[in-house]
Design a protein around this ligand. Structure first.
Ligand code: AMP
Ligand code: MG
Length: 398
């Protein structure tokens, strides 16, 4: 059996090339993968400016002055102002440029204005105070976003803050998603005895979409070798990646593996995680093949732990490990598996981790009623109060 780390190493190293690039308006790049490093073409801010509504002046003059000081000009944000007349201060507002010659801003709450409009300061001035210096945020030429980054709303704001209109991103990965199994019916159809609804395919399509890939709904494949082979071959002509669920365990009705082996190359692994042990990986022509187990929770867990990193790497993204939280357990787990286990759980109001009372891999409601996975290392019992590793879904699927 491969450990999860070994499986990830093979998956990530199998990705050779990133997709082609395209240029998009910055506003359309949310969730897309940046294809080139971005440097700032300007200093931000591009001029020294005031952090306060108040008065700009020369600190030494203000501190030495025994008389109220005259106000020689008024500088609202967006207006350049004039060089400061010596012996005076300038009325200034937040974001307005500091006039040439001034070296400090005193906030208006620390100033009183007399009947002639002259100002007395109630505190000492310090050179540089309340001034946001030019390039205090970003310098011209500084790298601000690196290739492989999945763009967030703040990244979009940052790109706009340096005046960029477009960004170069990788084309969205086309991901064909199949379910498989004669027992599956589609929502809207009536269920016969021995049948269940095809939940996984919708869930996987939604997960794929959430990663910023382009999901292709390829329907449900019946448990027959020829049809399985033909539909996978057809999809491989159009998709960058093929994701199937079900049909990869050892049963006689499991035809996905033999179909991939007939069309391309197949690596069949047992990965030492629970749920999610059976996992198939391979290639048909240029398409990457990822075969997930059919049990809904196993599908969820393998998507979080293996499919997401594989699809993100193939999308050109820099893949980082999910951030793990170390929190006290509010449960006992006395008889752990020899495989690394992923229990569904949540953080309670006291900051402790609780687990769902039904941990069977067919119970999909254990996923929706929880907010993350509790990682139990192989053969490691947990006692109430001990620290456990908790990974929120949001960290696993961003
Ligand atoms: P399999 O790996 O094909 O043997 O499937 C394992 C279990 O997962 C079986 O109980 C299947 O009925 C169930 N299953 C497989 N595919 C799906 C699906 N798309 N939606 C819901 N359950 C599924
Ligand atoms: Mg099946």
């Amino acid at each position: 059996m491969k450990s999860l780390d070994q499986a990830l190493e093979v998956l990530l190293s199998s990705v050779s090339a990133a997709p082609e690039k395209e240029s998009l308006p910055v506003i359309d790049t949310l969730g897309r993968i940046l294809s080139d490093d971005v440097t700032s073409p300007i200093d931000v801010p591009s001029y020294d400016n005031s952090q306060m509504d108040g008065y700009a002046g020369v600190a030494a003059e203000i501190n030495d002055s025994r008389q109220p000081m005259p106000v020689s000009q008024r500088i609202p944000a967006g207006h350049p102002g004039e060089p400061l007349v010596p012996g005076t201060v300038a009325r200034i507002f937040t974001g307005a440029p500091i006039p040439a010659g001034a070296d400090t801003v005193i906030m208006q709450e620390a100033a009183t204005v007399d009947g002639q409009g002259r100002v007395t300061f109630l505190q000492k001035a310090l050179a540089g105070q309340n001034i946001r210096p030019r390039a205090g945020d970003l310098r011209t030429g500084q790298m601000i976003l690196s290739r492989g980054r999945r763009l967030s709303a703040a990244d979009i704001g940052l790109a706009a803050s340096v005046g960029l209109e477009r960004l170069s991103v990788f084309r969205r990965l086309k991901v064909a998603v199949f379910s498989s199994g004669d027992e599956l019916r589609q929502p809207g159809e009536a269920l016969g005895f021995g049948q269940l609804y095809d939940s996984n395919r919708r869930m996987i399509l939604a997960l794929v979409q959430g990663l910023g890939c382009e999901p292709m709904d390829m329907g449900c494949i019946p448990d027959r070798f020829e049809e399985t082979r033909d539909r996978l071959r057809e999809a491989s002509a159009h998709a960058d990646a093929l994701v199937t669920c079900g049909g990869v365990s050892v049963g006689e009705e499991d035809h996905i593996k033999s179909a991939i082996a007939a069309l391309g190359t197949l690596d069949m692994w047992k990965v030492a995680i629970k749920p999610g042990k059976p996992f198939a990986f391979g290639r048909i022509g240029k398409s990457m093949f990822l075969g997930m187990p059919g049990n809904p929770v196993a599908a969820w867990v393998t998507f979080c732990l293996m499919i997401r990193p594989a699809l993100m790497a193939a999308s050109g993204a820099t893949v980082s490990r999910p951030i793990v939280m170390h929190l006290p357990a509010a449960f006992d787990w006395p008889t752990p598996d020899v495989r690394q286990e992923y229990l569904r759980g949540w953080i309670d109001d006291g900051g402790c981790v609780r687990i769902h009372d039904r941990q069977n891999s067919s119970v999909l409601s254990s996923v929706t009623e929880c907010s993350g996975l509790v990682e139990i290392p192989p053969s490691t019992p947990v006692k109430m109060g001990e620290s456990v590793r908790f990974i929120p879904y949001t960290h696993l699927l961003h």
